[in-house]
Design a protein around this ligand. Sequence first.
Ligand SMILES: Cc1ncc(C[n+]2csc(CCOP(=O)(O)OP(=O)(O)O)c2C)c(N)n1
Ligand SMILES: [Mg+2]
Length: 379
Amino acid sequence: MTFGYGSTGGTAVSVLETDPREKVQVLAEDGSVVEGATVPDLSEETFVEMYRTMKLARHFDERAVSLQRQGRMGTYPPLSGQEGAQVGSAMALRDEDWIVPSYREHAASYVHGLTLEGTLRYWMGDERGNRLEDLNIFPVAVPIASQIPHAAGLGMAADYNDSDEVFMCYFGDGATSEGDFHEGLNFGGVFDTPTVFFCNNNQWAISVPREKQTAAETIAQKAVAYGMEGIQVDGMDPLAVYQVTSAAVERARSAEGEQLRPTLIEAVQYRYGAHTTADDPSVYREDDEVEKWKAKDPIPRLEAFLRDRGVLDDERVAELTDSIEEEVAEAIDTAEEYTRPTTESMFEHVYAGMPERLRQQQAYLDRLQSEHGDEELLE
Ligand SMILES: Cc1ncc(C[n+]2csc(CCOP(=O)(O)OP(=O)(O)O)c2C)c(N)n1
Ligand SMILES: [Mg+2]
């Protein structure tokens, strides 16, 4: 399902002029509206869709981790805690805009039309899950920050083609220490590209904490050096994220006068789970820290706001929960119905002419397979 909202929801572009060292917030942790904040002008239906999508992303994430633990899926990067940033930002895009993701944007990609089944198949090791035909979503980028210069280049290409597409580029706090971050933002600024550089600052780059990435007070303030607007937002407040991102998308599409089109958004949030299912976070961070961030959870926060407005009640929440569980269960069934790719297929579609080193590895795999069979090898 896609959301073609594409309006600012009553947001003034001026929110982008907030000092990049100040964090924009609409909802307090208890779901009440922060004094002086503007609630985006969305329909009840859209508010509920935002809530449902975050809740679906959380449930999907829990099921995906459990599938990996049961040996039904490969390594998977969880997103729990980051739903507000992903859903709030992706809902600010129009259908014709593009997402340029890292590897954790399952919820943002879902909002922009990627099926849950597609995401599952990709992380189950089936490259066909990465076929994004008829979707304005780029493939998962695992090499950190490599997608940032791509997103600037895509903006330049859109200009050559006279299109008014906007490119939403997602990356993490750790990515901001890479040369590609500098190069991408520098090009974005110099060529004034229609790119929103969206940093999911989830406090950790695997085991490296945010304070080891930069001595700067905020990541958002780095925008100043590139000549563009930078804004820090509470990434666990979906309404604030939606507000800020809508303004950035609008500016990217139709900046006027002296305004530059690109914006750097820093969404402050937390990854509740492991970096990936191959990681053990208890080695490098305390449980207390996780608990502190859980108090900011975006899902009960929006739920409290919507209950207070009379949009949600126990019955509606129970209905939504049932439909979410059903949708995710169906996606898992469908993803598992496909025949898994054979182990040899990992050698395909990489080189036109296979290098000797890979030829040797393939021969080694062939030998193991003839001795043990494919099933046993995959266990
Ligand atoms: C160029 C490069 N260097 C190192 C890695 C290994 N690596 C994978 S994820 C990761 C941490 C990235 O952290 P961050 O940018 O904060 O994103 P997050 O995983 O927290 O979403 C690293 C170093 C990589 N994938 N690519
Ligand atoms: Mg990170």
